[in-house]
Design a protein around this ligand. Structure first.
Ligand SMILES: [Zn+2]
Length: 146
């Protein structure tokens, strides 16, 4: 048996269902979508998860998907992760670039937005004039761009 292909099973930290993990501990829960990670990385929302372990457990117990709230999204951005999100079939990107925060339609210069702080980004980032924070609940798909 090839030891490099060895997988084991552990209980998902969020929902308790079995997850197959490789020798590095990598594995995604097919039931709730949580990606297994070391406890030191799950105190806050960190790649590849969008919530802290505590928030993920709360979301799961309330029957919600493991998606970031707007506040958590801002926190993730402020810590330097580049994020992609989908709205109405379009992909948008958000990132911290040195000291400014950018929001943009993916691969498109049109409507490029730049803000001087994460607070300003939170207040003003918009899609076609509609505030991002206002339409947040309609956004169901996120990705880290790493
Ligand atoms: Zn799970």
């Amino acid at each position: 048996m090839d030891p490099y292909k060895k997988t084991m099973t552990k209980a998902c930290d969020v929902c308790g269902k079995p997850i197959k993990i490789d020798r590095f501990g990598n594995g995604k829960c097919k039931n709730c979508g949580w990606v297994n990670d070391k406890p030191e990385f799950t105190k806050k929302a960190n790649y590849p998860n969008f919530l802290s372990l505590e928030d993920a457990r709360k979301a799961y117990s309330e029957g919600r998907k493991l998606l970031p709230t707007f506040e958590i999204f801002l926190d993730i951005l402020s810590r330097g992760f580049e994020m992609a999100l989908w709205y109405n079939g379009n992909k948008y990107g958000a990132m911290k670039d040195c000291d400014v925060y950018d929001f943009y339609l993916w691969d498109n210069e049109e409507g490029f937005q730049e803000y001087g702080s994460i607070e300003e980004f939170g207040e003003k980032a918009n899609i076609g004039g509609v505030l991002l924070k206002g339409l947040w609940k309609e956004i169901k798909k996120f990705e880290y761009d790493c």
